[in-house]
Design a protein around this ligand. Structure first.
Ligand SMILES: Cc1ncc(COP(=O)(O)O)c(C=O)c1O
Length: 327
């Protein structure tokens, strides 16, 4: 982790005591409802070193908005967007030496908001803590992944919290991931909870398919996290003149498309990896092996465009970069 962390507290109806401190443990009561009942939400975003040595955050306002969607769903007070943005900017500016050199990775920034009410009762809390920490990631292009379609476990159900980011969405996925690894896969391709038929997400990434001439990704049905990278990928594809359809995608359709030789590409998108190719999809007794990575122009376009914009080697037509003053 980098040298510093930002902390703040919410009490008596407002956020206060914002401070940047050396990174270290938090003194917490064992009965806070953040721990006892999972009243905890989080966000993650990256900062990239630009060619001139300056540092830029990637779409921080999108993460600030999503944090507040999570907050609303989890009975957590809103975090003012200015506090999110100024807090991240101040912390990353202070720890700017931790941002890897241009082209060699990024700084990952993690925000958590959780209840610090000490109460055994399950009830809306009144006190909350914010912390922001960061950690450098070396440059990596996520290796292609083999995925297992699980129809035993589900990630998110209608009316639940799959469309936002409470910490509690993640622990229950680990058993499914372990099952995938036991079967020689890297992660899980999640299906919808109701019919176990429609593809939703790929591990902790949104998922895209190229079927014949169509680029498709599951529509945001409420059980899918609206990924910032998903939105960026759709935007760069549309900028390049492609049509991207957001629609229900049944797993049978994927199997059929493969059998007909029309399944050309599959990839996941997310802040951590930017883009990861799916090499194969295992579903019941079928193993669907996708075309070689070299034959996947759509994913290549997305990866190259997003990387160039984030690293500052291409123009930024949508204003995604939030450049920190060069001190
Ligand atoms: C479940 C899930 N889906 C998708 C994503 C990708 O979202 P983003 O592109 O905003 O990182 C993430 C990561 O935040 C995630 O946790």
């Amino acid at each position: 982790m980098s040298d510093h962390m930002l902390v703040a507290e919410y009490r008596d109806g407002s956020w206060r005591d914002v401070a940047i401190r050396p990174y270290g443990p938090l003194p917490l009561s064992p009965v806070i409802s953040g721990l006892q009942y999972g009243v905890t939400i989080f966000e993650g975003l990256k900062a990239y070193r630009q060619p001139d040595g300056s540092v830029a955050l990637i779409r921080p306002a999108a993460n600030a908005r999503r944090l507040n969607l999570s907050a609303a769903r989890m009975s957590i007070p809103e975090l003012p967007e200015a506090l999110f943005l100024e807090g991240v900017r101040a912390l990353v500016s202070l720890d700017r030496l931790w941002v890897p050199p241009h082209g060699q990775g990024a700084l990952y920034i993690r925000l958590s908001v959780f209840s610090i009410d000490e109460s055994m009762r399950v009830k809306p809390a009144e006190r909350f803590a914010l912390n922001i920490v960061s950690s450098p990631f070396s440059a990596y292009y996520a290796a292609p992944v083999d995925v297992l379609v699980t129809d035993r476990f589900v990630r998110a159900a209608p009316g639940g919290t799959g469309g936002v980011k409470p910490a509690g969405n993640y622990g229950p996925t680990l058993v499914a991931d372990a099952q995938a690894r036991d079967l020689g896969c890297d992660t899980v391709l999640w299906l919808d909870a109701r019919e176990r038929r429609y593809v939703e997400e790929c591990g902790v990434m949104n998922v895209f398919f190229v079927i014949g001439d169509e680029i498709a990704t599951p529509h945001l049905s409420g059980t899918i996290l609206p990924g910032v990278t998903r939105d960026s990928a759709i935007t760069v594809l549309r900028d390049e003149g492609h049509v991207v359809r957001e629609r229900p995608i049944a797993i049978d359709e994927i199997v059929r498309a493969h059998d007909q030789g029309r399944l050309r590409e599959c990839f996941g998108t997310g802040t951590a990896a930017t883009l990861a190719h799916v090499r194969s999809i295992r579903y019941r007794d079928r193993e669907i092996v996708l075309p070689p990575i070299e034959a996947r122009p759509i994913a290549q376009t997305v990866r190259e465009r997003l990387t160039a914009i984030m690293q500052g080697t291409a123009s930024d037509p949508h204003g995604w970069l939030d450049r920190l003053p060069n001190v």
